[in-house]
Ligand binder design. Structure first.
Ligand code: HEM
Length: 144
């Protein structure tokens, strides 16, 4: 279910915006700061490509579905930034279960995201506002 062309099929799950793990911003300020869906797409593509190529965390991404990841993370960011999308991916606990993600991996991913946002020209304050939405997801992403 929910596989787009070029994606691998995943186990069935219930589609719900709550799977995104955060409530969206209100108004269009954040969406504008990220240059709308086009800007979000550029940030996510850059971030995911960098994650796969990264010497520190690339191994965790090896053999994962890059096409799906780019789509679902785009939807998640777009939904949270109130840029006009619904999130159709899995919840964060299910998506990262038994992946063995450690604190250092998390910090590395955030660093890569920060550089991807900076490359798009997102202001520092808006970057940090967005990162505070993602921060509570740590507990669902990190290996227990
Ligand atoms: C707050 C931080 C994070 C967010 C918001 C996030 C978001 C997501 C999303 C939306 C998905 C796709 C869910 C789906 O396919 O239905 C996903 C999957 C994945 N994430 Fe994360 N993630 C985070 C942290 C991390 C970290 C730190 C790593 C590893 C360094 C990681 C590695 C992966 C991998 C490998 C998948 C693919 C899983 C699969 O296809 O089975 N994520 N993540």
């Amino acid at each position: 279910a929910n596989a787009m062309p070029g994606e691998e099929v995943v186990d069935p799950y219930t589609v719900d915006n709550r799977n995104a793990g955060a409530t969206p911003f209100t108004g269009d300020g954040m969406a504008k700061a990220f240059h709308g869906q086009d800007g979000i797409r550029r940030i996510v593509d850059r971030m995911v490509d960098t994650n796969f190529a990264d010497p520190a965390i690339g191994e965790i991404f090896a053999n994962q579905d890059k096409v799906r990841l780019k789509r679902t993370i785009f939807e998640q960011f777009c939904y949270i930034l109130n840029a006009g999308c619904a999130y159709t991916g899995r919840d964060m606990a299910t998506a990262h279960k038994d992946m063995g993600v450690q604190k250092a991996d998390m910090n590395r991913l955030v660093e890569i995201l920060q550089r991807s946002m900076a490359a798009e020209g997102v202001g520092f304050q808006e970057q940090n506002r967005f990162l505070s939405k993602l921060a509570p997801m740590r507990r669902d992403v990190l290996q227990k």
